[in-house]
Ligand binder design. Structure first.
Ligand SMILES: NC(=O)c1ccc[n+]([C@@H]2O[C@H](COP(=O)([O-])OP(=O)(O)OC[C@H]3O[C@@H](n4cnc5c(N)ncnc54)[C@H](O)[C@@H]3O)[C@@H](O)[C@H]2O)c1
Length: 400
């Protein structure tokens, strides 16, 4: 895709949203770290952000509106790093302007909006990617391979405790859009946990039903949830428990998948794989040793070299545009984790189990009610807006 169009020349990229992560992507590309990508434009509606962009990227077009950026013919591709509600809106316009699109997660706030963006992408021959940078971690890739190859047997249970997304109150106070239904569209499930919900479905498949409990402002002064527990079921009947919060410190990142042929645990930067020598179901019904246990062996894997997952996704985006390299995370796949978080919100609001996905219109109506009944956001801490342009925050990578 795009081979004939770009062959032999760099893809010109615009960054839309020059905040925490957009400025990091701009710097990474601007410093020449991505083969085949050249930073040619930056857009941010905030004047101070534009001043910083001009200072750090002289010679690059800086605009206040993304509509303007898209009409300037100085880009072949855009990276969308704005607040969540804008992702589909900007993405659709960008495809209309024949741009390749890499959107930050989540793909949208609601499945209906995600589907509008996916439909727009489907009408073009442009590359559509999403920044699921944690998919580049070798341990999650190994887990995915083991499950796909049937090495764990039929899945029985998946438990992910992902409670190390710690955020202090000042984080939530740092932006008017943060931690509001109207601005962000949700809390930990929509901002931090999309990476883990995506990995969960990427490795184990989609849940078909779930019941969730989302706790609004349990540890912070916010109107959305900072703590959530999801209990679901995969299509084969395997149970899923997913526990997350931004309010515990120190937190835990522990994924356990057990199946008929053993189990794997990913924790503290290593994957441990216990392999049963006989399938457990067979042992259960054919062993005469009523106090015996099936024999297991243990294999361990460490993490690969520590590198920026974001940089790998950006390089993969460039390679997909220039030479048709398959994407690590296709944009369309972004809707899957969103189906889980939309269902989790709806289940929690209704206090009952729901099938996945929930009807998009029904969800939209329920979300609109939340937005309508939300109070005004407290004062934004302007002193928090002085982010460092050069500091790459490790908290965005996989943490143990
Ligand atoms: N993949 C990751 O590891 C990762 C890490 C952080 C953030 N994110 C995602 O990136 C996105 C941005 O998050 P952030 O933390 O950088 O937020 P941020 O608030 O720091 O930055 C967003 C920027 O968008 C600008 N903006 C808002 N409305 C705009 C508009 N209409 N036109 C142009 N610019 C506009 C804001 O002024 C701000 O500078 C979110 O989707 C977030 O979930 C992803």
């Amino acid at each position: 895709m795009g081979k004939e169009f770009h062959i032999g020349k760099a893809v010109r990229v615009g960054i839309i949203g020059y905040g925490n992560i957009g400025s990091v992507h701009a710097k990474w590309i601007g410093d020449g770290n991505v083969r085949g990508l050249r930073l040619t434009a930056v857009c941010d509606c905030d004047e101070e952000k534009r001043r910083l962009a001009r200072q750090h990227h002289p010679g690059v077009l800086v605009t206040a509106s993304w509509e303007e950026l898209l009409t300037q013919s100085v880009t072949d591709a855009v990276v969308i790093a704005t607040p969540h509600f804008l992702h589909p809106q900007i993405g659709i316009a960008a495809f209309g302007a024949k741009q390749h699109v890499l959107t930050e997660k989540p793909i949208a706030v609601s499945v209906s909006e995600a589907e509008r963006l996916i439909a727009a992408a489907g009408k073009t021959d442009r590359v559509f990617a999403i920044m699921f940078n944690q998919r580049t971690n070798s341990l999650f890739q190994k887990a995915r391979d083991l499950v796909a190859e049937g090495k764990l047997g039929e899945l029985k249970r998946v438990v992910w405790i992902i409670t190390n997304w710690y955020r202090p109150q000042s984080y939530y106070d740092s932006g008017g859009w943060r931690a509001t239904w109207a601005g962000e569209g949700g809390g930990v499930l929509l901002n931090q946990a999309p990476h883990n919900l995506d990995l969960l479905q990427w490795i184990c498949g989609m849940p078909v039903s779930l019941a969730a409990h989302c706790e609004v402002g349990k540890y912070h002064d916010i109107e959305v949830e900072d703590t959530a527990e999801i209990f679901g079921e995969l299509s084969n009947g395997a149970r899923v428990a997913f526990l997350t919060t931004t309010g515990e410190y120190p937190g835990t990142n522990r994924l356990e998948i057990s199946g008929g042929l053993g189990k794997l645990v990913i924790e503290e930067g290593r994957l441990r794989w216990w392999k049963s020598q006989v399938p457990e179901r067979e042992y259960c019904f054919h062993s005469d040793a009523y106090d015996g246990l099936p024999k297991v062996t243990l294999e361990e894997f460490g993490e690969g070299t520590d590198s920026s997952g974001h940089g790998i996704i950006l390089q993969n985006f460039a390679d997909a545009i220039l030479s048709g390299t398959p994407l690590i995370a296709r944009g369309e796949e972004g809707v899957r984790e969103l189906m889980i978080s939309n269902a989790a919100y709806y289940s929690s609001w209704k206090g009952r189990e729901v099938t996945v996905p929930v009807d998009p219109d029904t969800f939209d109506e329920a979300l609109a009610q939340r937005i309508q009944s939300a109070g005004p956001k407290g004062a934004v801490r302007k002193d928090m807006l002085n982010f460092s342009q050069t500091e790459y925050q490790k908290k965005w990578q996989v943490n143990w």
